[in-house]
Design a protein around this ligand. Structure first.
Ligand code: HEC
Ligand code: HEC
Length: 298
């Protein structure tokens, strides 16, 4: 065998190995594809809320959650948290959070019991997290857990009040908590529309279509409408909003202009008492931002 022949046969062997490896990889990819398709299509994955993840998956998901929140919370600058703020926060907490998270000496309501992940005990959270890492998930919510975003319900100021209360939880005994609750006078309002006087002056801000698009999720508009630019259940309870920016009328009754759109979004049942579109406690500014987004749909 001369040198040339030897090189040729080495080449040939290499080619053959490459082909075999190629076939093996292709077979593996096909097998994984079929497996994944079967997993999805034949419903192999059990979505029951009482089937917890395996320990390693749980650990990885929790780590991903913690890291994601920590990363984003860095941009948040906490104000000094005072006892007065915590007291204001408690009033909101009792109304909107106790059902899922419980409170000192108070168990979770039915909604908060059968959930996976289980809504955490926030006294424990307060011991392990900084204020900004508590503020962030309240404002933005946590995807795929059942923790809602509250930024279209409360002002930042109110969310800081909630944060101040949660930071106090570790030192609050059930008896002290009960005493605070017992001393509450008439039902205190936690509606953001009622406190907008003390809220930052967003009502004078220019309409922001991007924020309006986020509000479509925040107010759950996507549960009833198909809205271009959003992803959702594609339900047709309400009319699809494609091209709404070009239409002459809103819901067939109001001329389509920005003021009327704001009016419709805030109080549809005042405009048309028989409409199936509910009043959703939309603030003036949120309605303006949403109207600005709808205006872009042509
Ligand atoms: C429908 C049930 C539900 C309601 C109502 C709810 N939460 Fe949650 N919350 C959850 C769930 C579920 C999680 C995420 C669990 C996890 O860690 O995976 C969560 C997470 C959190 C976290 C992050 C906890 C951590 O350990 O990092 C904070 C803070 C929080 N909620 C505060 C609140 C506040 C304040 C309210 C009231 C304004 C509220 N939640 C209302 C279900 C709820
Ligand atoms: C519970 C379901 C439901 C929710 C939630 C809902 N809508 Fe509607 N919406 C409707 C229905 C039903 C109509 C048709 C009303 C009519 O014609 O009387 C409608 C009508 C409209 C119209 C007029 C459409 C047209 O063709 O003229 C707009 C715009 C609109 N909704 C926007 C929104 C926005 C923005 C939100 C969130 C803030 C929202 N909707 C939330 C059910 C809903």
């Amino acid at each position: 065998m001369n040198n040339q022949d030897r090189q040729d046969s080495v080449q040939k062997i290499r080619k053959r190995i490459e082909i075999h490896v190629g076939i093996a990889i292709a077979a593996l990819v096909v097998a994984m594809g079929v497996g994944a398709a079967g997993f999805v299509y034949w419903g192999a994955y059990n979505v029951s809320a009482l089937q917890q993840h395996t320990e390693p998956v749980f650990t990885i998901l929790n780590l991903a959650l913690d890291r994601s929140i920590r990363q984003r919370a860095e941009e948040v600058e906490p104000p000094p948290l005072t006892p007065e703020m915590a007291e204001q926060g408690r009033l909101i907490y009792q109304n909107k959070c106790v059902q899922c998270h419980g409170a000192p000496g108070v168990g979770r309501d039915d909604v908060g019991k059968g959930m996976t992940p289980v809504p955490p005990n926030l006294a424990h959270t307060a011991k392990t997290k900084n204020a900004d890492e508590i503020f962030w998930p309240i404002k933005h919510g946590i995807k795929m857990t059942g923790m809602p975003s509250w930024q279209f319900t409360f002002t930042d100021e109110q969310i800081w009040n909630l944060t101040a209360f949660i930071m106090r939880l570790p030192e609050l005994s059930p008896a002290e908590y009960q005493e605070l609750v017992a001393n509450d006078s008439v039902e205190e309002s936690t509606d953001r529309n009622d406190v907008s006087a003390s809220a930052p002056a967003r009502d004078t801000a220019l309409p922001d279509p991007e924020r309006g698009k986020m509000a479509m999720y925040g107010y759950a508009c996507i549960a009833c409408h198909r809205i271009p630019g959003t992803v959702g259940p594609h339900s047709d309870v309400g009319p699809p909003l494609k091209g709404i920016g070009e239409r002459r009328y809103i819901a067939g009754v109001l001329a389509n202009n920005p003021e009327n759109m704001v009016r419709w979004l805030r109080h549809p049942t005042e405009v048309d008492p028989l409409t199936a579109m509910p009043d959703l406690d939309v603030t003036e500014q949120d309605a303006r931002d949403m109207a600005a987004y709808l205006e872009t749909l042509r």
